[in-house]
Every structure is written in C-alpha cells, then in structure tokens.
Ligand binder design. Structure first.
Ligand code: NAP
Length: 487
C-alpha cells in the first residue's frame, strides 16, 4: 500500500458513528494478483454491527430534518473528494480486487457520478395533490425517507456498488450502514474517510468490516431499527436475505445475478458487434453482473463474427492490474478460476469446441486466459450458469424467434444485448427480451442517469436515474377533511 499518496485513506477499522472502531480479531486483506497480504484489518462481530445500526438510528432525525439543499451540498463535497482522490482510490481498488488500474479509476468516476447525480436528484422529491372524491376533503401526497438503510455489497465493484446505494439513501434523508464483501473492505473504508472529510455527520454513513457474513447479515436483515435492506450479490444469497427480512417486513431491494445474452443478427454491423461483445464480456475479467454470458450468432454471419471476435480476444493482454497495458487482471480467488475452468471442461466434454484459451495463464493460479468456445448449446451448464469469468460461449441460431426464445430461456433477467440495423427488428426484439436493461448496438450500458436493475430472479428495485430514489422513500397520503366550500 506504499504507493498510495494519501496514506490516511488506508483504514483498517470499521467506521461507526464517526469513529474508527477496532477489534482484537484481525483478518488479512490479500492482493489477488500475487496473494500478498496488503493489510490486516479489524474483524467486526455482530455486536459492532448492532452499534452501527443504533448509531444510524440516532443520526436519522437530524439528517432527515436537513433541507434537501443542505444534504445536496454535503454530498457534492463527497463527490468532489472522490474525484480529487481518484488515483489513490483506484490504486486501492486494484490492489484488493485485481481489475486493471484504468478500469479501477473508471469505477471511482462511475461511483462518484451516482453521488453527484443524487446530490441533485434529492432536491426533486416532489409530492402530489390529488382531486378528492368529495368537496370537503383534500388529498396530499408527501414523500419521506424510509429510515435506517442497511446494505450488503459484493467484491466485484467495491466502490460503485456502495456509492450507488448510499448516494440515493443519503439524498433521500436516510442514514446508512454497509457491510462490504470480505475480500474488498478497503475501498469502502476509504469512502468512509472521505465521507468524514466531506462533513457527512457522525452516524449517517457507517461501514462494518468483518468476516462473519451470516452473523453480520443477520443483524442487518433482522434488526427492528433497520427499515430497509438493499443487497447486491448472487441470487442464491439474495433469496436467503429476503427471507430474513420477512421477519420484520423490511422494504427490500435486490441487485442479483445475471445471464446476459448477446445476440448478433445477420443485419448487424459485425465490427461494432465484435467491439460491443469485447466490452461487455471481458471487463473485470468477466466478473460483472451485466457481463455477456452467452453469445448468440445468426448462422449467416456466424463464421464472419467468430473470425473477427477470436482475433480480437487473442489480443487481450493478461497481467497484474497495476502493470501498464493490462486488460485482463486476476480473478478474485483461485477457486473462482477453478470454477470457471470446470465449466469450460464440462462444455468440451458435452461437445463444445475450444478455440481459444481454456487454461490458467502463466501469471499464476488466479489468472484465466480469455477463452472462446464454439458449438455451444443453450442446455449446457455454461449457458445456464453465471460464468463470472473471461469465457465466451458462442451459440448458433437460425431466426429471430429462435434467438428470442434462447435468450429468454433463463431464470435471470438483468441485462441483454443485441446488434441489428433493422429498426422494426430493434423494437420487436427489445420489447420481447425479458431483461431489465437492453443494450441495442451497445455493449456498455451503465451510467448514473439510467435505471439499473433486473427482472425475474435478477432482483427488484432500480438504482441510479430518477427512479433510484423511490426505493428509499415512503409515500405518505394526507387526507384533509372539513374543507367545505362556501355556501
Ligand atoms: P455473494 O456470494 O452473493 O456475496 C455478496 C455479498 O453477500 C458479500 O458481501 C458476501 O460476503 C455476502 N454474503 C454471502 N453470504 C451471506 C450470508 N449468508 N448472509 C449475509 N451476507 C452474505 O456474491 P459475490 O460472489 O460476492 O458477487 C457476485 C454476484 O453478485 C454475482 O452473482 C453478480 O451477478 C452479482 N452482482 C449483481 C450486481 C447487480 O447490480 N445486479 C452487481 C454486482 C454483482 P462475503 O464476501 O464475506 O462472502
């Protein structure tokens, strides 16, 4: 961590009620690029998580009573500090998560953009006046913060997955407790340091770092002082957490797993489709929820697409995220690389053809070579499971209705992509795909202005955009009686 210019951004303790809270138990945070221990951090237990919830509850009254403009000014300062420290934050992120430095800095800008967005959007929490059914009544609708928000986030976007939730929650007037993934606590703690410098009052933004995922998770999902729980992670864990939230009927939003189809029709611009597939598949070594999981190519352009795509994938440079030119960093753990390898091996055994990669890279056990498989069918495990690695399975199809059927044949419904230059087909296909986000002739779809979220078992709720505040607001209806008109 020596190359971090502002060493005060490297924190090793939970941040609760404006204080850094140590514990005797420690956990090592390791660099996935080489296995080296970066730092040892304090391992918070469920009692510490409870302290965070209580602190957030105490801070709620004064934070929610601030004007939207006052909250906006403080959030704006937080945004500016994130941008000012983009280099250090990006480096911390690469060290603990592995993604190439350019991508890590991109994530900091992306995360910060949600803080900027909601600093503005918080000023536009409008109510409503509704015509009443009788003349002696008036109907008013106001929106108020839901209360204490608890969050659990994954390791693949250690900054942005927190920023996307916290920015909306704080702008709405809620207070916030987050428990980041065990592998990537440092980005979250650096955000807390900047929150403190930005003047976010004690107790409004709290970070609990600890290894006991289920123990800490139990507090955050079951504590009666928590009004809303928001989760980003796998569908399996999300289902468990929804069930835990049921005991106190919390408001819940879930950003879960995906199985994105990427469809190339025979009227597509093939070069653009190749570039789109590269971007949507290989970012973060394939470890994103909106990553292309299956590439479906119409028979007529299958050969042309595969030739160009394989050539482009072959050029991707694998290495340590801090080395210049690296495009594919390590996977988060050796187990993650092994799981991906197993899916590739199963596919080959079932008849898929390995045309590129298919093994560990020379850099070590955490590195997997960018891989392409052809002759894949939609019933193979690689097409049914979230791959979460740098592997492209290519499936051939004959016509539009077959493509839609194959694309929708999954329990997931997060992102989907397709390439076509036929305007009629563009609307038909976009309306027929059961996914919350559709990239049409575009492989990079996420930004603060757009509603991010899934259908089916990919979750519920939306993050970012003007819809992103809804999950953090209660709608309250005021019925004013005794309003008789003049006789
Ligand atoms: P994960 O295993 O579900 O873990 C996510 C978070 O949940 C981590 O902080 C994890 O802690 C915690 N957790 C695990 N088991 C828990 C339990 N029983 N109780 C409470 N917390 C628990 O997912 P992941 O492997 O970290 O992340 C990858 C998944 O996230 C993929 O499925 C991906 O698609 C999804 N994702 C979705 C979005 C979206 O916006 N839809 C964005 C990014 C990622 P530990 O770290 O300690 O295990």
């Amino acid at each position: 961590m020596q190359n971090i210019t502002d060493q005060a951004l490297v924190k090793t303790e939970s941040y609760i009620d404006g204080h850094w809270v140590a514990s005797t138990a420690k956990i090592a945070v390791c660099n996935p690029a080489n296995g080296e221990v970066l730092v040892n951090i304090s391992d918070a237990n469920p009692e510490i998580a409870e302290q965070a919830v209580v602190a957030a509850s105490k801070a709620l009254a004064s934070w929610s009573a601030k004007s939207a403009q006052q909250r906006s000014d403080i959030l704006r300062k937080w945004f500016e500090l994130m941008i000012q420290h983009q280099d250090d934050l990006g480096r911390i992120l690469t060290l603990e998560q592995g993604k190439p430095l350019a991508e890590a800095k991109g994530e900091i800008a992306y995360g910060a953009s949600f803080i900027e967005w909601f600093a503005e959007e918080g000023k536009r929490v409008y109510g409503d006046v509704i015509p009443a059914p009788s003349g002696d009544k008036r109907i008013l609708v106001i929106k108020q913060p839901v209360g204490v928000v608890a969050a659990i986030t994954p390791w693949n976007f250690p900054n942005a997955m927190i920023a996307r939730k916290a920015a909306a929650a704080l702008a709405a007037g809620c207070t916030f407790v987050v428990r980041p993934a065990t592998q990537t606590p440092l980005s979250a703690l650096a955000m807390a340091e900047l929150a403190s410098r930005a003047g976010i009052p004690a107790g409004v933004f709290n970070v609990v770092v600890g290894e006991d995922a289920s123990g800490l998770g139990k507090v955050l999902t079951e504590h009666p002082l928590v009004a809303k729980f928001t989760f980003t992670g796998s569908t399996g864990v999300g289902k468990k957490l929804i069930a835990q939230c049921a005991s106190t009927v919390k408001k819940v939003s879930m950003e879960l797993g995906g199985n994105a189809p990427f469809i190339v029709f025979d009227d597509a611009d093939i070069d653009a489709a190749v570039q789109g597939a590269l971007v949507s598949k290989y970012r973060n070594a394939g470890q994103t929820c909106v990553c292309t999981n299956r590439i479906l190519v119409q028979r007529k352009v299958h050969k042309a697409f595969c030739e160009k795509f394989i050539a482009a994938v072959q050029d991707l440079k694998v290495g340590d995220g801090l080395s210049s030119g690296t495009q594919i960093g390590p996977m988060i753990t050796t187990k993650a690389a092994s799981d991906v390898h197993e899916l590739v091996q199963q596919s080959i055994a079932l008849g898929a053809e390995l045309v590129l990669g298919g093994r560990r890279a020379e850099q070590g056990d955490n590195y997997y070579l960018p891989t392409v498989l052809t002759n894949v069918t939609n019933d193979m495990p690689i097409a049914n499971n979230e791959i979460f690695g740098p592997v492209s399975p290519i499936i051939c199809f004959d016509d539009e209705s077959e493509a839609i059927e194959l694309a929708n044949a999954t329990e997931y419904g997060l992102a989907g992509y397709f390439y076509s230059r036929n305007i009629g087909r563009i609307f038909r296909v976009a309306e027929s795909l059961d996914f919350g986000m559709i990239g049409v002739n575009e492989g990079a779809i996420s930004n603060a202005a757009a509603p991010f979220g899934g259908m089916k078992q990919s979750g519920n709720g939306r993050e970012g955009s003007r819809y992103g505040l809804d999950d953090y607001l209660e709608i309250k209806y005021l019925c004013l009686g005794g309003m008789e008109s003049h006789s």
